[in-house]
Design a protein around this ligand. Structure first.
Ligand code: ZN
Length: 145
């Protein structure tokens, strides 16, 4: 069993939501969103792997991305079914939305409803600290003979 090495990428990020702090409208596009994400990730990973076999792709996804985890891993299977990344695993690390309040200074985490106001004082004057991530953080790779 060859030993896997972890390859850390310069974080790649797509342009993301059109304006700071505003989640993208989630229309009836279903898995198309996840599928196109997986295609982008595939291209990034395929370039970065440099001929080595990929075991695991470690991905950070912010809550504002509104990605359905099961759909994402399912789409990863579809996108990689044939080709150099077949059999690789997508590991999704979810990053919650964290807000800093400019009124009361509280640091709070947004709930499932994704209402971007301070849950301590109710102010809407908040700075987004996390939740917009979409990063391929690292790859687990095996060098094959
Ligand atoms: Zn506050």
């Amino acid at each position: 069993m060859p030993e896997a090495t972890r390859h850390t990428l310069v974080p790649w990020c797509d342009p993301g939501p059109d304006e700071v702090g505003r989640p993208r409208a989630r229309g009836g596009d279903g898995p198309v969103h996840e599928l196109s994400l997986c295609r982008s990730i595939h291209d990034i990973v395929d370039r970065a792997r440099d001929g080595r076999r990929v075991l695991t792709v470690n991905l950070q996804v912010g809550q504002l991305r509104q990605v359905v985890p099961d759909t994402l891993t399912h789409c990863w299977g579809l996108v990689t079914a044939e080709g150099p990344l077949a059999g690789s695993r997508l590991v999704v690390d979810h990053v919650p939305v964290v807000l800093d309040c400019r009124e009361c200074g509280a640091r709070t985490t947004a709930g499932q409803a994704l209402v971007l106001t301070c849950t301590s004082c109710g102010s809407g004057a908040v700075d987004l600290r996390s939740g917009e991530e979409l990063l391929v953080t690292s790859l687990d790779l095996v060098k094959e003979p």
